[in-house]
Design a protein around this ligand. Structure first.
Ligand SMILES: [Zn+2]
Length: 485
């Protein structure tokens, strides 16, 4: 088994070092670098993860993470937490692959076959190699020693990976799917009475609960037609559950372990589904960033509002550079004077344009008095182009969406136009970040036309020219009526 690691993973890491070194000098944005990892490096590792049941220690993944971080940030210290980059694109992340999660997903996928497809030849072979029930081992309390549990090294390796996964997420409790019959942690389980229970459909701990409460013997015997003389067996299993479950007599909360045992993951894209399930268990918390925005804006953002702001990050355009701008804005990555003043004594917390304090994110993008005219012109043009009433608002100016209003009442075309046009406006502010003058709306207008040309090319290349006209028709027609701003 150790040769498998030496012959496959070590050469891959050496090759990865060479490749990243070579690509490091290329002019690629952070998003581009993440996409390189996603499209080029991930499949190489995933292939090995799926084919080789080799136990990989945490140090292996730490080594890869260091290589990735050095590549993404061009050998400089990271500016965004890895966890934020790893969040899914649908929730405002950049979907940087988490190799450790992919490794677990590949192995969990295999385990789901061992649970649901036991008739397959390789599954039968692996299950038979075990000295005790495989399902019982997988659903028991962790940690557990597996070295003597099977004569097959592949199975031992799979079980070690399972244990590594469970201990990382602290899944130490008994699973709902722990079997009642043939359970190595419950010695009386080999009694024929429990085999009878199994044949009646009372096979796992989950079945012992009715309406989420541990059922009485009468209830169970009624539901599963159990004979009266099985009462003693009932007491045995109840005592076993009671002494091993914290929440007894109530059912413990469902975990991914239970989900894995419940569903079969045979369909296409199963590995990605398991990966998503794993990322959802422990995704990087955005609460601190949300609170900072709430403090600056002086209002509460509801979960729906915040979700909308996050989904807008990658939902406005397919242009990586523009998406990155929105990602950095919402994640407050940009260095405002307010932030710099906390780092350097010689920097004053005041706006370069109006000399007011604090020059925080909200001030720089919205509340600076010098930006009032800029935003007023932009919102006025948007309202006239879309023929709707539109009041300038910080929500659209910063997040490209409206909070606490009926955003859904706008058509898709109106929403896209507002989100995209304000994003171009934010880009213009960033281009003149340190300037003492406010950006000009005429520059925004030029930028918008330029980026619309690029969008049109993208739609044409995708073979959807009519979709471009549907989305941007109103704006394009409006620009034709204007000679200059
Ligand atoms: Zn200002």
């Amino acid at each position: 088994m150790s040769d498998l690691y030496k012959c496959n993973f070590l050469p891959l890491i050496s090759k990865l070092r060479v490749d990243l070194e070579k690509w490091n000098n290329l002019h690629i944005t952070v998003t581009g670098r993440i996409n390189c990892i996603k499209m080029n490096i991930l499949p190489r590792f995933l292939y090995l993860f799926q084919c080789l049941p080799v136990f990989l220690p945490n140090s292996f993944f730490r080594q890869i993470d260091t290589l990735f971080s050095s590549f993404i940030w061009k050998r400089k210290p990271p500016r965004i937490r890895k966890g934020l980059l790893q969040r899914q694109t649908s929730v405002g992340g950049l979907a940087l692959p988490n190799l450790k999660y992919y490794y677990w997903a590949a192995n969990l996928h295999k385990i789901s076959f061992l649970i649901h497809e036991q008739a397959l030849n390789w599954c039968t072979m692996e299950i038979k190699s075990c000295s005790m029930s495989l399902v019982s081992m997988l659903t028991s309390k962790m940690p557990m020693r597996f070295s003597q549990s099977s004569s097959n090294l592949v199975v031992i390796s799979t079980l070690r990976i399972w244990s590594q996964f469970c201990s990382f997420f602290k899944f130490n409790e008994l699973s709902h799917y722990n079997p009642i019959y043939n359970n190595h942690t419950f010695p009386p389980s080999l009694d024929p009475a429990f085999l009878h229970w199994k044949s009646q459909g009372l096979a796992k701990l989950n079945d012992l609960y009715i309406d989420n409460v541990f059922a009485s013997f009468d209830e169970l015997s009624q539901k599963y037609s159990l004979p009266k003389n099985h009462l003693f067996r009932y007491f045995q299993i109840r005592n076993f559950v009671k002494s091993n479950t914290m929440s007894f007599p109530f059912i413990s909360p469902c975990t991914i372990v239970d989900e894995l045992f419940e569903k079969s993951f045979r369909q296409k894209g199963a590995l990605s589904k398991i990966y998503c399930l794993i990322t959802n268990i422990k995704s990087e918390c955005m609460e601190k960033i949300k609170k900072q925005w709430e403090a600056e804006l002086g209002k509460q953002l509801s979960e729906v509002d915040w979700k909308r702001a996050l989904s807008q990050i990658n939902g406005t355009t397919s242009c990586c550079k523009l998406n990155l701008i929105q990602f950095k804005t919402v994640h407050r990555i940009y260095f405002t004077n307010s932030r710099l003043s906390k780092m350097y004594l010689n920097v004053k917390d005041e706006c370069n344009r109006c000399h007011m304090s604090p020059a925080n994110m909200t001030h720089m993008f919205w509340s600076c008095p010098h930006l009032k005219n800029y935003w007023a012109i932009i919102f006025n043009h948007l309202a006239r182009a879309l023929e709707i009433t539109l009041t300038p608002s910080e929500d659209a100016a910063i997040f490209g969406t409206f909070f606490n209003r009926n955003w859904e009442s706008y058509t898709n075309c109106e929403r896209n136009t507002i989100a995209f046009s304000t994003l171009i406006a934010r880009r213009r502010i960033l281009l003149e970040w340190k300037s003492t003058n406010a950006p000009k709306a005429s520059h925004w207008y030029k930028d918008l036309l330029l980026f619309l040309d690029l969008e049109k090319i993208k739609y044409d290349l995708r073979g959807q020219p009519s979709q471009f006209d549907t989305t941007w028709g109103a704006m394009i027609n409006y620009t034709k009526t204007l000679k200059t701003l």
